[in-house]
Design a protein around this ligand. Structure first.
Ligand code: IMP
Length: 429
């Protein structure tokens, strides 16, 4: 069963887009399972840069079916802009299909996202302001409008009327302007007309592909520690980025997953608020931010940067039952004399090797580090593990030993070719 989940092993932005593009060339179907246009997946190939937020990055391969799964929330306008941009950049792309069970993001979700952040005062999450949390709230509250309803004009009209009446009462409560039904319906009906041909029961398509032995890649968004249940709550997103989310958000069961690759940077980054024990607020942090261009694809915010944290990766390996790791952005660390890796935490006078369940306890931990020799060579021309400097290989071996998880792939630059396949056997199982 050649099925593979690609999951972010840290707090998102691990360069999953590049990996989905590289492995997507070997897949028949690429299915994204969670999140919305809070994600930003960048693919650089053939001298062009593609930026995806909703469309699975695998769409760049003609012949691939690219599916927006049922676990996603979709901003129709954002999706249409993205589709237009992609088609303008590349004449031949894969076939896009959108799950009829995915939920629609409306402007009132974005308004409520901003109002809720304001209401949190000092405890702001630092969301991407895309209305993602409020859209998932509606899904859970059974107020959501799904893509399948959205593209049926009469049904959509009826549902929007019912939901908007409620949302307007909420907006009024916040003292915010309300939304006018006719204008909203007219605008969104236009988007629905264009998107209608893409909307189908994708669960059936995915199940059939898995059953017939096609290669199916499940594309994660965000990262493990932004997961609503397993992440650093409340500083999380509102969906399930962990590998288990691939089942919840695409219509398959756990036994349909063969391999899980956890993508991690050679260091750590985080966007938005929340604990980050290995954060570097010094010149090394700034060096990583500048060299790695660590600025958000969606919001443009500077990402918080820090050393690699193996407590985080060990927990990630367990939460996602990782088959292997994909270590990205090793090139960014070139030029740092001595690199540090956190191996455990000091917590209330003792030592722990896990993330405390309560985020306020997690905020109190102090990492202890192992220091390793750095490297200053440019790694971008390396194509085999043996091309890497000895100290870089030692760094990778240390990560493998400490996480008990083999390194399957190493990425040493943004381009498709700047990839070292260490254990191809771990990719499709
Ligand atoms: P939301 O997903 O917009 O509700 O934001 C919730 C938290 O998740 C914030 O800290 C965001 O910065 C973070 N977040 C959401 N999407 C991404 C992503 O794609 N990469 C990194 N952080 C993200």
């Amino acid at each position: 069963m050649p099925t593979l989940v690609i999951v972010g092993a840290q707090w998102g932005d691990e360069a999953k887009g590049k990996l989905v593009d590289v492995l997507g060339s070997q897949a028949d179907m690429v299915v994204r399972y969670a999140g919305g246009n809070n994600a930003g997946h960048t693919v650089i190939t053939g001298g062009k840069t593609y930026k995806f937020q909703l469309i699975p990055a695998g769409i760049l391969h003609p012949g691939t079916v690219a599916i927006i799964g049922s676990g996603m929330v979709v901003c129709p306008k954002g999706l249409l802009d993205e589709l237009e941009r992609t088609v303008a950049q590349k004449s031949e792309i894969g076939k896009l299909q959108i799950s009829s069970a995915a939920h629609v993001v409306f402007p009132y979700h974005r308004m409520l996202d901003a109002l809720e952040e304001e209401a949190r005062g000092e405890n702001k999450i630092g969301t991407t302001s895309r209305g993602i949390g409020p859209a998932y709230q509606d899904k859970v509250a059974r107020f959501g409008i799904r893509m399948g309803e959205f593209v049926q004009p009469e049904h959509f009209k009826h549902r929007l009327k019912e939901v908007l009446a409620y949302k307007n009462r909420l907006l009024q409560m916040f003292g915010s302007p309300t939304m006018e039904f006719d204008a909203l319906y007219e605008e969104y009906s236009g988007y629905a007309d264009t998107l209608r041909p893409y909307v189908v029961d994708t669960d059936g398509l995915v199940q059939a592909a898995v059953e017939t032995g096609l290669r199916v890649l499940f594309e994660g968004a965000q990262g493990t520690f932004l997961d609503l249940d397993s992440g650093t709550y409340p500083y999380v997103t509102s969906s399930h980025p962990v590998a288990g989310g691939a089942c919840l958000g695409t219509g398959i069961g756990p036994r349909a997953i063969q391999s899980v690759l956890g993508v991690c940077k050679a260091y750590t980054t985080r966007v938005g608020a929340g604990p980050f024990p290995t954060e570097l607020e010094d010149s090394i942090g700034q060096f990583i931010r500048d060299k790695g261009q660590e600025y958000g694809t969606v919001t443009g915010r500077g990402r918080r940067c820090g050393w690699l944290d193996l407590v985080v990766l060990r927990q990630s390996a367990r939460l996602n039952s990782l088959s292997g790791l994909v270590v990205t952005r090793l090139d960014v660390l070139s030029g740092i004399d001595r690199v540090k890796i956190a191996t455990g935490y000091d917590y209330e006078g003792g030592q722990i090797d896990h993330i405390p369940a309560n985020v306020w306890d997690f905020a109190k931990v102090k990492p202890h580090y192992e220091e390793l020799e750095g490297w200053d060579q440019n790694l971008r021309s390396c194509r085999k593990l043996s091309d890497l400097p000895a100290s870089t290989r030692q760094y990778l071996e240390f990560v493998e030993d400490q996480t008990n998880t083999p390194v399957a792939i190493v990425s040493i630059g943004p381009d498709r070719d700047e990839t070292i396949m260490v254990r191809p056997d771990l990719v499709w199982g």
